[in-house]
Design a protein around this ligand. Structure first.
Ligand SMILES: C[S@@+](CC[C@H](N)C(=O)[O-])C[C@H]1O[C@@H](n2cnc3c(N)ncnc32)[C@H](O)[C@@H]1O
Length: 246
């Protein structure tokens, strides 16, 4: 299957750099982002996690919610394969005392550069760029405290985007698809329990970038709501959000 090598993955994200924030700028994408970060906030409230890790920090979209919604004594760590992304987040979160360390690390070929065990690990829209994503899941498992929770995403082959062979990444990078059954098996074979899966969209990504027109966005989101009512939250979902525990 075509996917990035480590070198091209690094080069690609180094070049993408600060511009990655732009893919979250349309009204529909902002609403989607709120739903995604809302899920993470909910888990933070439930877990009261102290040691937290974000894998694939990008421009800090997830780090920001971890920083804002975690308990005051939380210690937050982050990694990214791209040194440029790490620099962006180091600048963005200077003086944020909960953010302890942000490091460059390729989890597909290296272990984590921290000696800490974690209560919560997030990796949102990251594993799909890595051919050995299953090995990365195992590395996360080994880094968790007993009862620690892992929230990650993978795109769903059984979705309009997956079935139409969309490389849907906003930047046209090759990605790997999975499906609910495979994710359930992979997490359970790794030793995780408590598999929960959610999705926040079923319609293709390009529609989320098409227009900021108020009526168009309303129609798009109402269609998603109707589809969710008929099919449930995860069936034919585009990006699958998995919550599992060690
Ligand atoms: C699509 S961005 C997502 C950023 C952030 N998680 C978010 O949801 O906004 C993917 C990020 O994962 C990073 N990444 C991809 N493969 C990685 C790997 N093997 N190890 C660490 N980071 C990786 C990329 O450099 C990029 O910053």
């Amino acid at each position: 299957m075509k996917s990035y090598s480590t070198e091209s993955n690094i080069k690609y994200w180094d070049q993408w750099n600060i511009k990655y924030s732009d893919v979250w700028k349309t009204t529909a994408r902002q609403i989607m982002s709120k739903k995604e970060t809302g899920l993470i906030s909910k888990e933070l409230r439930k877990l009261k996690a102290t040691n937290i890790l974000d894998i694939g920090i990008g421009n800090g979209r997830i780090l920001e919610i971890l920083n804002n919604k975690s308990v005051p004594k939380a210690k937050i760590y982050g990694i990214d394969i791209s040194g440029e992304m790490v620099k962006i987040c180091q600048n963005k979160f200077t003086n944020q005392f909960k953010i302890v360390q942000l490091k460059t690390c390729d989890l597909s070929v290296q272990g984590l550069p921290f000696k800490v065990k974690f209560d919560l690990v997030t990796s949102i829209r990251v594993l799909k760029y890595n051919a050995n994503w299953k090995k990365m899941i195992k590395r996360v498992f080994d880094s968790l405290n007993p009862g620690g929770v892992f929230i990650f995403t993978m795109p769903n082959k059984l979705s309009v985007s997956g079935l139409s062979g969309d490389t849907f990444s906003d930047n046209n990078s090759p990605i790997i698809y999975s499906n609910i059954l495979e994710l359930k098996k992979v997490t359970s074979d790794t030793g995780f329990s408590g598999f929960e899966v959610l999705a926040f969209s079923k319609l293709p990504n390009f529609l989320y970038h098409m227009s900021n027109n108020r009526f168009f966005v309303k129609l798009l989101l109402s269609t998603e709501t109707v589809l969710e009512k008929i099919l449930g939250q995860s069936l034919f979902g585009r990006e699958l959000f998995v919550i599992c525990a060690r």
